[in-house]
Structures are given as C-alpha cells and as structure tokens.
Design a protein around this ligand. Structure first.
Ligand code: CTP
Length: 403
C-alpha cells in the first residue's frame, strides 16, 4: 500500500455521514491522496457535527459539498455531474439512515441524491450502534443494497464508542482503502475462482428427523467474504447454516454430504478450494420414506454408511485446484492429528483448531488456528473469525500469485 502511483488518475467521491467514526474518514482521505487518488468530499449535515468542513476540504485539497443548494451556482457542478465524475462513490461512515435512504432510493438531501443519480459503483463502510446494526430493518436494507450491487467493507466487531460490544464499528481506514483499491483495480484474486464449503450437513433419518452438528457456518461465511473482497469469484456451497451467506458470492445450498459432494464436483474447475464445512462422516442407510412410528416394541436401530470425503476426493481428483485447503477440528494433539490429516487427505494446507469445550471456539466469534502446510505448523494468535478469514484469503492470494 501507499505507492504513489497505485491509484493515480482515480477519483473517489467520499460521502462522510454522521458518526463518531467520521474522524477515521479524515485518515482515509490522506491514504487515498497519498496513493494518488483525487478525493471529492461530501459532508452530510450530521457528518458536519463530527468533523469540520475545513478539515475535510484541507485534507482533500478540494472544496467540500454539503447541501444540494451548493450545486445551484452555475459555476458549480450539478449533482448529476458530481455523482458521475468519480470512479467510485464511498460512503464512510455509512449510518443506518444513509443505508436506509440508499436501499429505499430516497433523494432528500445531497448525499442520497448523489447515491440515486450515480452510474458508478458504491462502496459503503457501515458504522452504527450494535443494536441498530442487528435490527431487522437495517439488515433488510443491507440485503437490498447488496442486491442492488452496493459493495461493503465491515463493520468490525469490537468495543464501540457507546460502550457496547459487537458488530457495528466502522472498518479501519486501511481496510476501507484496501476495499477501494480492490474495487478500482480488481483485487489480487481478480479472475480467480474459489470454491468454499461451509456449515453443517443434515443427514435424514426420515422425512422429519435428521442428524446434524453444531457448526454455525460463521468461519466459512467469513472466508467467502474475505476471498470476495480480494476480487475472487466465489462459489459458496453451504449446508443449513445459522450464519447467512455473504452477499456477492454464488450461493449453492445443499443439505446432505452427498449433495455437497455433487455440488463441489459441479463447481469445479477452480483455482482454489477451501473446505470449511463440518461434513457429517456418516449418513443413515435407507432413511425412511415415511415418519418412523413408535411401535411399542424395541427402539429402532439405525444403520450408517460412510459419506464421501469431499476434501480427499477434490485433493486427489482429476480437476484438482492448484490449492486445496481443509480444516481439522481436534480436541487433543492438535498439530500431530492435523498434520496426519493433511497427508491422509492429500490437501495442501490444513487450518487446525481446538474445538474442545474449554476453547469456546465452536459457535463463538473468535478462532485460534494453526496453519499446517508442507513446511510445518504456524500458530496464529487468537483473533476474530473475520480476521482469520482475511489472513487466510491473503495467504491464498499470495500462493496463487504469479501463476
Ligand atoms: N471433509 C469433507 N468431507 C467429509 C468429511 C470431511 O470434505 N465427508 C472435510 C471438512 O470440510 C474439513 C476436513 O475434511 O475440511 C475435516 O476432516 P475430517 O476427517 O472430517 O475431520 P474430523 O471430523 O476432524 O475427523 P476425525 O475426527 O475423524 O479425525
């Protein structure tokens, strides 16, 4: 990052919404300008409560636009022109209100009018209180914005200015810069296809009962999002997970391990595959076509058959991706068991984690992994699942670079 020419000739229209995170947007302006991009700043009325027009325009080296009537002067650009003269529109911080306006197509102030009038891509960096972020209305608006093609970076989880903890904190300026760079230049994985499996599988016993596991799909969804953010085309093959798939990836929903194996096969060829799914090792032979009934006699005995090992099949298959990454969930002898698994399955890397109850990882927000590759084991510090995903995505990009 930071090379002067990287974004030279690019123009970013930066809308600064109202939120304590607005100060980070000043840093973002500096990063963009030092990478050679021009920044045209727009400050909403609420944004001006947090940063001053003077500091924004001084850093941007341009006047700051604040209200629709700023544009009525003949000598000034009209809002249509302003919204289209940029290569990318960035909204940071994107408040719940700005996201709602964008999703609803409203145009009652300068910022929302620009978002509606533009023919360029829009990248939002949401920032809000955790409850506002989790509210069904915000999630609905985000889904609508994503469906309309709006790009997103963050928010991160962590301590918030309001004292609460959770998702809602705006992405750091460096992360927003990276998302802008990826949007403008194409990321390091542009043109690459990556398959990600995620979530649990459900193995039916009869039409109403199944065997499952506690995988939430959080780590797989975060990996798919991180790969997408680096520009990859992602096929996201997911069992019935609790965490929803990220926007901007191709979602293929399956229930059973056998269906997941077929979906992976159909998604090949790919440059890389990351098998984060917690695939059931066994399925019930001949699940009942009708609901099993109590007969009053003995409890039924279930007969099991082993499921296809998707990771091993892909690793050893004809259309093997250049890089195959598996997971190992272990409760003891983590590195030894995972290293043996890497060889047995024939994959390139294994991300091993300790899922013993004491680790609190299964279903939690954090993960502590060991990356096992041919060269040995690399312990990563405990971090959020999003951070693990980003680190893995960067490693995948580095491994595929120059190919
Ligand atoms: N995997 C798969 N298909 C299966 C089983 C597992 O693709 N039928 C993948 C998982 O997605 C994961 C890795 O293999 O990437 C985990 O291997 P697995 O043998 O299931 O590991 P554990 O369940 O940890 O195995 P065990 O406890 O038997 O060592």
């Amino acid at each position: 990052m930071g090379s002067k020419a990287m974004l030279s000739g690019k123009r970013v229209l930066l809308i600064i919404g109202g939120g304590i995170a607005a100060y980070k947007s000043l840093m973002l302006i500096r990063l963009l300008r030092s990478a050679g991009s021009a920044v045209t700043p727009v400050l909403t009325r609420a944004g001006a409560e947090f940063v001053t027009p003077l500091s924004v325009s001084a850093l941007a080296g341009q006047r700051v636009y604040e209200a629709l009537f700023d544009l009525t002067d003949e000598a000034e650009m009209g809002h249509i022109e302003l919204s289209r003269s940029a290569d990318l529109i960035v909204v940071a911080p994107a408040t719940a209100d700005l996201i709602a306006k964008a999703a609803g197509g409203r145009a009652d102030d300068l910022a929302s009018t620009l978002l509606l009038a533009t023919d360029k891509r829009v990248l939002i960096a949401p920032a809000m209180n955790v409850r506002m972020w989790l509210h069904a209305a915000t999630q609905r608006n985000l889904a609508q914005a994503a469906a309309d093609g709006v790009l997103r970076v963050g928010p991160n989880e962590g301590e918030m200015a309001c004292g609460e903890f959770g998702p809602g904190r705006m992405a750091e300026p460096e992360e927003i810069f990276e998302a802008i760079r990826a949007a403008l230049m194409g990321g390091p994985l542009a043109g690459r296809h990556v398959i990600v499996t995620s979530g649990p599988t459900h193995e039916p016993i009869d039409p109403v009962r199944y065997i499952a596991n506690r995988s939430s799909g959080a780590q797989g969804a975060a990996i798919a999002a991180a790969l997408r953010d680096l520009g990859a085309r992602v096929s996201f093959i997911t069992g019935p997970a609790i965490v929803p798939p990220p926007p901007g990836v191709k979602v293929i929903r399956v229930e059973t391990a056998v269906q997941m194996a077929a979906a992976v096969e159909a998604a090949l060829p790919a440059d890389a595959a990351v098998m984060a799914a917690a695939v059931a090792d066994w399925r019930v032979v001949n699940p009942g076509a009708q609901k099993m009934k109590k007969t009053g006699a003995k409890a039924p005995a279930l007969e099991f058959a082993e499921n296809p090992d998707i990771l091993a099949a892909v690793s050893k298959g004809k259309a093997r991706p250049r890089l195959v990454v598996g997971f190992a969930a272990e409760t003891e002898h983590l590195v030894d068991h995972a290293s043996a698994k890497r060889l047995r399955k024939g994959c390139d890397w294994i991300l091993a984690n300790d899922v013993s109850a004491a680790s609190g990882i299964m279903g939690g927000a954090e993960n502590e992994v060991v990356l096992i590759c041919a060269a040995g084991a690399e312990h990563w510090p405990r971090m959020g699942k999003t951070a693990v995903a980003q680190k893995l995505a960067e490693r995948i990009a580095a491994a595929l670079a120059g190919d």
